[in-house]
Design a protein around this ligand. Structure first.
Ligand code: HEM
Length: 313
C-alpha cells in the first residue's frame, strides 16, 4: 500500500487501489479521499460497481456515466426528445445486462441471479435503482467521516472497535455503523416520506378520509429540539435503545416501505469509514463543516467536504 502521509488531498488520483475495495479494504489512495464525492466521485463509483456488479465492472465508468446521463434527462422530462433517451436507455440496459449475465461471485448481481422471482417481476429492472441509490450512501459515508474527524471522543470509540476486527472479512462494526446512522438522522438523504392512508384518520379536530396523502418531513422529527441529542452527534442513541423508543427517527424509513438497502448500505459505508480510519488520522480541512461542541448545522454540503489524512504511527 502506498502511504502518502499527510498530503493535501483533492480530486481523483492516478491510482485508486484500496479506497474502493470495501469488500477487501485498505485506505490506499488517500488522494481520492480529499473530496470523496468531488469531481464525479470516481473512487466511490468503483466501490459501487464492484459491490453491485462485481470486480470486472470496477472500471466500467461508461456504464455509470450513462446512468447519470439518463438521470439528468429525467430532470428535463418531456423536453428531451424521446429518440435521445430511448437510444441511451437501450445502450445502458444492454451493457447492464452483460454485467448481470456474468453474475460475478460475491456481487449483488450474483445474489439476484439465484433469488427466485415471482412471475411478472423483473429482478434486473431493480438494478438501475440500486446503482443510483448508492449516491445517498456515498453522501452518508462522507458526512459520517466529517463527523468523526471533528469529534475526538466518538472517533476514539471507532478506533476501539477497529482494534478487534479483521476488515478483510465482512464485519458488523456497531459504533461505526451507528455513526453512519447519525449522519443520516442529522442530514436525511430522503427528507420526505410519502404515504397514503388506508383508513379514515382522526387528525386534530377533524377526520381525514381513507386515501389521504401524507407527506412527512423527517428532519422535523429527527431534530426535535426537545430531544437532548437533537443537534449533536450521538451514535450511542442507536446502540442504547434511545432511537427506538418512538417512531420518530426514520433515516431509512419504516414499516412496509422501509428501505430494503439499509443493512447493505450500513455494511458498505461502515466498512469504508473503518478502512479509511484504520491506519490514518483523518481531519476535516477548510472552513465550514461540523464542529465538536457546537450545534450541528441543519444542512451540510457533502460536495464541499475536504479531508486530509496522516499515516498513524
Ligand atoms: C444512505 C443510503 C440510503 C438511504 C438513507 C435510503 C433511504 C430510503 C428511504 C427513506 C426510502 C423510502 C422508503 C419509504 O417510502 O418509506 C428508500 C426506498 C428504497 N431504497 Fe433506499 N436508501 C439508501 C440507499 C439504498 C440503496 C443503496 C439501495 C439498493 C441497493 C436502496 C434500495 C431502496 C429501494 C428498492 C427502495 C424502495 C422500497 C419500496 O418502495 O418498497 N436504498 N430508501
Amino acid at each position: 500500500m502506498r502511504d502518502p502521509g499527510r498530503m493535501p488531498t483533492r480530486g481523483p488520483g492516478p491510482n485508486a487501489d484500496g479506497v474502493e475495495s470495501v469488500p477487501v479494504q485498505r485506505a490506499g489512495a488517500l488522494e481520492q479521499l480529499g473530496g470523496l464525492l468531488a469531481d464525479g466521485a470516481p473512487a466511490w463509483w468503483r466501490i459501487v460497481r464492484r459491490v453491485v456488479l462485481g470486480d470486472a465492472a470496477r472500471d466500467d465508468t461508461a456504464l455509470t456515466d450513462r446512468l447519470v446521463r439518463l438521470r439528468s434527462f429525467g430532470n428535463w422530462a418531456f423536453l428531451v426528445p424521446r429518440r435521445v433517451t430511448a437510444a441511451s436507455r437501450e445502450r445502458f440496459l444492454r451493457d447492464l445486462g452483460e454485467c448481470l449475465d456474468r453474475a460475478e461471485p460475491g456481487s449483488l448481481a450474483e445474489a439476484l441471479g439465484r433469488t427466485p422471482a415471482k412471475p411478472g417481476v423483473d429482478p434486473a429492472g431493480q438494478v438501475p435503482h440500486w446503482l443510483f441509490a448508492f449516491d445517498a450512501a456515498g453522501i452518508a459515508a462522507a458526512r459520517a467521516l466529517a463527523l468523526l474527524a471533528t469529534h475526538p471522543a466518538q472517533e476514539q470509540q471507532v478506533r476501539n472497535e477497529l482494534a478487534i476486527p479483521d476488515l478483510a472479512r465482512p464485519q458488523v462494526l456497531p459504533y461505526t455503523r451507528a455513526s453512519v446512522m447519525e449522519s443520516v438522522r442529522l442530514w436525511p438523504t430522503t427528507p420526505f416520506l410519502l404515504r397514503e392512508s388506508t383508513r379514515e384518520t382522526r387528525w386534530g379536530e377533524g377526520t381525514l378520509p381513507e386515501g389521504t396523502a401524507f407527506l412527512l418531513y423527517t428532519p422535523y422529527f429527527h431534530r426535535d429540539g426537545s430531544a437532548p441529542y437533537a443537534d449533536r452527534f450521538v451514535p450511542e442513541i442507536w446502540l442504547d435503545g434511545t432511537a427506538h423508543t418512538g417512531p420518530e427517527l426514520v433515516p431509512f424509513s419504516a414499516g412496509p416501505g422501509v428501505c430494503p438497502g439499509e443493512d447493505l448500505v450500513l455494511l458498505v459505508t461502515s466498512t469504508l469509514v473503518a478502512a479509511l480510519m484504520e491506519r490514518h488520522d483523518i481531519r476535516l480541512r477548510g472552513p465550514g463543516g461540523p464542529r465538536s461542541g457546537r450545534s450541528l448545522p441543519y444542512t451540510l454540503d457533502h460536495f464541499a467536504l475536504r479531508f486530509s489524512a496522516a499515516a498513524r504511527p
